[in-house]
Design a protein around this ligand. Structure first.
Ligand code: ZN
Length: 246
């Protein structure tokens, strides 16, 4: 099976369409979106509807998805993010709000676990970027591969021994073999707002037969996306950061 894993679309329809077109040529059987379908970007309804229409695709809830439902307060976010959340609340249709409200926090499939931020406190939304939170994540799961998003930075964390981990930043399109018994945390990066200084959309495919993880980067028309941010009246810094991938 070839499983497409992606996350953090954030209402960036142009990026989502390009990413899905790219993945469609790579013989994918199933897809999992790790959350943050909305927030920041100008096309929340369109992104939700595109994902809802995909065959064999499951979605999880991200922090922006629950913030637009007032399940958590958006006032803890940066002022631009908060402004975008309030804007998104006004735009979402009742049907799409109901869809977001029904998204689960976690999915377990075979020896894989999927969450938006971390598995030990899913609605605490803490980032897993270092040893401490990686070990906490391993302790909270039994899976061999834990797939996460949220930080918008692709990352591979390998458990070398009980208390030793290896952190590997993922740059550009790369393949990693995972054909051993080591446990791993794999961050699939972000489709709609990458923050690893590469503005291209990021996603991964896990090939269970080859036991290989492929990271892919896809260029999209950022100029077009940023124009839509401006037309929607969203804070200009949210569009400007897309050019740099920060
Ligand atoms: Zn996000």
């Amino acid at each position: 099976m070839r499983l497409l894993v992606f996350s953090d679309i954030h209402g960036n329809l142009e990026a989502l369409q390009c990413m899905l077109r790219d993945a469609a040529d790579r013989n994918v059987h199933r897809s999992i979106c790790l959350g943050d379908l909305v927030g920041y970007g100008p096309y929340p309804n369109e992104c939700i509807e595109l994902l809802r229409g995909l065959k064999n695709c499951r979605c999880l809830a991200g922090n922006h998805d629950v913030a637009v439902l007032w399940e958590t307060s958006p006032y803890g976010m940066s002022s631009a993010a908060n402004e975008a959340i309030l804007w998104t609340m006004e735009q979402l249709t009742a049907e799409n709000k109901a869809y977001l409200a029904a998204l689960p926090d976690r999915l377990d499939v075979a020896d894989m676990t999927f969450v938006h931020a971390n598995p030990y406190n899913p609605r605490g939304w803490r980032y897993v970027l270092d040893r401490k939170y990686a070990l906490r994540s391993f302790a909270a799961t039994r899976c061999r591969c834990l797939f996460i998003g949220h930080s918008h930075r692709p990352l591979l964390i390998t458990r070398k021994s009980l208390l030793t981990i290896d952190l590997q930043a993922v740059s550009a399109s790369m393949r990693y073999r995972v054909d051993d018994t080591r446990r791993r945390i794999i961050n699939c990066g972000s489709v709609g707002q990458p923050r690893d200084n590469d503005p291209r959309s990021c996603y991964l495919i896990f090939d269970s037969r080859k036991q290989e993880i492929e990271f892919h980067r896809v260029a999209y028309d950022i100029e077009k996306s940023v124009k839509a941010f401006h037309s929607a009246g969203l804070p200009p810094e949210l569009g400007a950061r897309l050019f740099k991938g920060v």
